[in-house]
Design a protein around this ligand. Structure first.
Ligand SMILES: [Ca+2]
Ligand SMILES: [Ca+2]
Length: 345
């Protein structure tokens, strides 16, 4: 996806009750800020072993989640929590790595004459959720390409610096893979991620309660009730872990997997599936680009928008640029050793 196509990356959404909201609601609640109203103690870093087995992957709740297929996986290990700013900073300190969002933009990616490209689109930056002052059904208006937004400054130069225990955001695929290589891990496949997220969980379609996930209570994007304690990002591990001891698999940030995206699951690909090839990837929301699958929803998912706050939830994510509500965690083929880089003890 080019940056000019940014608004298209937001996925299908429902916006049913905006008309009932007053402008006073918007003035009070419609700001893209992080207001922490809940305290929590982040868990230690670490990984969880996931025994191999079979499970029913997918659901019939959203069209892209089906058909349900019985899927078999070998054992693997997965991070207990989303990769944090603190962890990513360790990587940057050790390697000098510079993320895509911090680098100059190549005009060639737009495919149009340079003089036709808005100046701000050529500055380093990323996609930030910035709800409009007036209600609109134009979902693209809720997002902006903000020069200077990157993992260090998630809301841009005028926002607060990144919080150590928040999930790192604004990651491109190259950034995530570089971090994974340094840590000795990899991105999980979609099947691995969903298996780990859903293990021991009853299937559900309702919004998780405020003790179990960071989502959006109220009418998106104009009224955020914050009844789960956080308007925006939450530190990792603020909510109850699932049966495996994994935190925030649902909510907080969407988590990018290694699979390329197509709507639905391939019924013939059931043994350690790794998704379609890059050349057969297809994202109807973002056609022409090989999107990756991201899972579990984010703090922006509300009953009237997104609704994807379940282990089976999936959407496409353009790999070249991150966003302020998308992060990741790593998987491993073997237990990370003591000598592995980072804190994966
Ligand atoms: Ca929330
Ligand atoms: Ca998550």
């Amino acid at each position: 996806m080019t940056k000019s196509a940014l608004p298209l990356a937001l996925g299908a959404a429902l916006l049913l009750t905006l008309a009932a909201c007053s402008e006073a609601d918007i003035a009070e609640d419609g700001e893209a800020q992080v207001a922490i109203t809940k305290t929590c103690v982040p868990p230690s870093d670490g990984v969880i072993k996931v025994d191999g087995g079979s499970f029913a992957m997918g659901s019939d709740f959203m069209p892209e989640e089906g058909p349900v297929r019985q899927t078999t996986l070998s054992e693997f290990w997965i991070d207990k929590h989303e990769v944090t700013n603190r962890q990513f900073a360790q990587f940057v300190d050790a390697t000098g790595y510079v993320t895509v969002a911090e680098k100059p933009v190549d005009p060639a990616i737009f495919g149009i004459p340079p003089e036709q490209i808005p100046e701000e689109m050529l500055q380093p930056g990323s996609a930030v959720f910035a709800p409009p002052a007036i209600p609109t059904h134009d979902f693209g208006a809720w997002w902006t390409y903000r020069p200077g937004a990157n993992w260090r400054m998630p809301e841009g130069p005028d926002g607060a610096p990144a919080v150590d225990e928040h999930p790192v955001v604004h990651m491109s695929r190259d950034d995530m893979l570089a971090y994974a290589q340094w840590r000795g891990g990899r991105l999980p496949t979609e099947a691995e991620w969903e298996y780990a997220a859903s293990k021991g969980e009853e299937r559900y379609t309702d919004q998780p309660d405020g003790d179990t996930a960071n989502s959006w209570q109220g009418v998106f994007p104009v009224q955020n009730q914050e009844s789960d304690g956080f308007r925006g990002l939450a530190p990792v591990g603020c909510y109850e872990p699932n049966a495996l001891g994994l935190y925030d698999m649902v909510g907080n940030v969407w988590e990018v997997t290694s699979d390329f995206y197509r709507p639905g699951h391939d019924l013939t690909d059931t043994n350690n599936p790794a998704g379609p090839s890059e050349t057969s990837a297809y994202d109807p929301v973002n056609p022409g680009f090989a999107s990756l699958v991201m899972k579990g929803g984010s703090y922006l998912c509300a009953p009237n928008y997104c609704q994807r706050y379940r282990p089976q939830s999936r959407q496409g994510r353009e790999p070249g640029m991150g966003a302020s509500n998308v992060g990741f965690r790593l998987a491993y083929d073997a237990a990370p050793g003591e000598a592995a880089a980072g804190n994966t003890t």
